[in-house]
Design a binder for this molecule. Structure first.
Ligand code: MCA
Ligand code: AMP
Length: 462
């Protein structure tokens, strides 16, 4: 299957892919990826330093064209996170600048022509690392057919065509920025402009027809009225990755002159629910199943709840755009599916008679969404406990107007308290894991609140 179909269409040869001021035509992208693909190793996945750059797009596209599983690595990964992702994925080569802690052989462009002969063998197309409630991030294996089904379903829902220009400034190591923005454009044939950073000024200065953002980005755009008004000529403004508050939906609609499209998904499932370009856009609701997707809402005991727009249930999904499994973790994969083959999203939702869904919350408070990033509190707690001054740690997501949730860490320290330690602990997580996983605040307590069984009562901390 040709995932990036538009690359081979002669009519699309001049369509541009841009990151900031760096621009490439489709034809140049095809040539550059053919050359890079010639240098890819024969075994194992390739890791790509996923900075917001054309180099990242070339690296990912080269691997996809060659059928070599690609692992996008957050560019601000600290040593602990980098070690985990590279070891766990079994990456055998590196695309990107030299980085401390990476001793994989770099991929050097060859002299290939005529396009790579794709490797076969049923390996995943991509492995994306994402956080769980506990432990280190897991590698989500996505197949070419899931990516194609997910992108085609969105193209249908959003009436996305080669006449569109997609604009965003999101990271290129997650579903939203990389799969939807970049791969979606290369599949559909639309032009693509990455703004470098997702700032209001950059969105306002970049002409386009479809703008993608997480709610934090839309919140900042809505706070900059002239930037928001300059998107008035867009065909669609699209929000996802985290809940879009109803008040922000209304503010954006007023300023931009159109209601945002909302859509819901997960790294494991791609985008399963969306409102449509030609359909109702209802504040607080994320829409209907996209083509090929089925959903159901069940109680804790697995009994289906009525689609009455009020009764909450655990959201389960199935369809052709689901992941293959968590790399090397058959038990975790099995646990994430019901016996009859539905994926447990971990989200709580309601559904109405028109199949519109509203996401009400998550089953676990240990998965935090901050700025659209999914962050497991267990991962941050483990990192804090690695610091010699910390004996106990509990990490929570506290509601926040800008970030949705703000990561706050409560810690109990060894010995006498040292001044300035809060900042040092924030720095510790930012540098060991990554910048976006850092707690925004550290609070020192004498003891953590625990129930009679000894379990930390996180609800008392939020
Ligand atoms: C940034 N800064 C740094 C570093 N990185 N400083 C030191 N070291 C670093 N590594 C600085 C910036 O330059 C800036 O400073 C300041 O820190 C704050 O940066 P900013 O980027 O504004 O940070 P933020 O406020 O924490 O971030 C908000 C954000 C970000 C830009 C919205 O959270 C973001 O990009 N979120 C997108 C996440 C995403 O794509 N999720 C999709 C997951 P100064 O202000 O001085 O410049 S996929 C998914 O969920 C699915 C499937 C779905 O449904 O889409
Ligand atoms: P990730 O794996 O980073 O893709 O995060 C997936 C999670 O983000 C989902 O399980 C939801 O909790 C949340 N999410 C994604 N899109 C939305 C949305 N439109 N509204 C509410 N939550 C969302």
């Amino acid at each position: 299957m040709n995932l990036l179909a538009s690359l081979d269409l002669p009519d699309d040869a001049d369509r541009a892919v841009a990151v900031g001021d760096a621009v490439m035509s489709r034809h140049e992208l095809l040539e550059a990826t053919t050359r890079l693909a010639a240098g890819l190793p024969d075994d194992g996945p390739v890791a790509v330093h996923a900075s917001p750059s054309l180099e990242t797009i070339v690296g990912v596209v080269a691997a996809l064209r060659a059928g070599v599983p690609v692992v996008p690595v957050p560019p601000d990964s600290g040593p602990a996170e980098l070690r985990h992702v590279l070891t766990d994925s079994g990456a055998t080569a590196w695309i990107g600048p030299p980085v401390d802690g990476v001793d994989l052989p770099p991929v050097r462009a060859g002299t290939g022509s005529g396009g790579p002969e794709p490797r076969t063998g049923g390996s995943p197309a991509m492995i994306l690392y994402t956080s769980g409630t506990t432990g280190s991030p897991k590698g989500v294996e996505l197949s070419t057919s899931a990516l194609a089904a997910g992108l085609d379903a969105l193209a249908e829902a959003w009436a996305w065509t080669p006449d569109d220009t997609v604009v965003h400034g999101l990271p290129l190591f997650h579903t939203h920025g990389l799969i939807l923005g970049v791969l979606g454009s290369l599949r559909v044939g639309s032009r693509f402009s990455h703004t470098g950073k997702p700032t209001p000024a950059a969105y306002a200065a970049t002409p386009g027809s479809m703008y993608f953002g997480v709610p934090t980005v839309w919140n900042r755009i809505a706070a900059d009225e002239s930037a928001a008004r300059s998107l008035a000529s867009a065909r669609l403004i699209v929000s996802g990755s985290a809940p879009l508050p109803v008040s922000l939906f209304a503010r954006l609609a007023g300023l931009v002159g159109q209601s945002p499209i909302e859509r819901y998904g997960m790294t494991e499932t791609l985008i399963t629910l969306s409102t449509r370009a030609d359909g109702e856009r209802r504040p607080g609701w994320v829409g209907q199943p996209v083509r090929g997707v089925e959903t159901r809402l069940v109680t804790e005991d697995g009994v289906e709840v009525p689609a009455d727009g009020e009764t909450i249930g655990r959201l389960q999904v199935r369809g052709p755009l689901l992941f293959n499994g968590y790399l090397g973790r058959p038990e975790a994969t099995a646990e994430s599916f019901t016996d009859d083959g539905w994926f447990r999203t971990g989200d709580i939702a309601v559904r109405d008679a028109d199949d519109f869904h509203r996401i009400v919350g998550r089953e676990s408070t240990d998965l935090i969404k901050s700025g659209g990033y999914r962050i497991g509190s267990g991962e941050i707690e483990a990192s804090l406990l690695d610091h010699p001054a910390v004996v106990e740690a509990a990490v929570v997501g506290v509601p926040n107007d800008d970030l949705g949730q703000r990561i706050v860490a409560f810690v109990v320290l060894t010995g006498s308290r040292r001044a300035g330690l809060e900042d040092a602990l924030i720095e510790h997580v930012a540098t060991q894991l990554s910048w976006h996983k850092r707690p925004r605040q550290v609070v020192v307590l004498d003891t953590l609140p625990r129930n009679p069984m000894g379990k930390v009562q996180k609800t008392l901390l939020t």
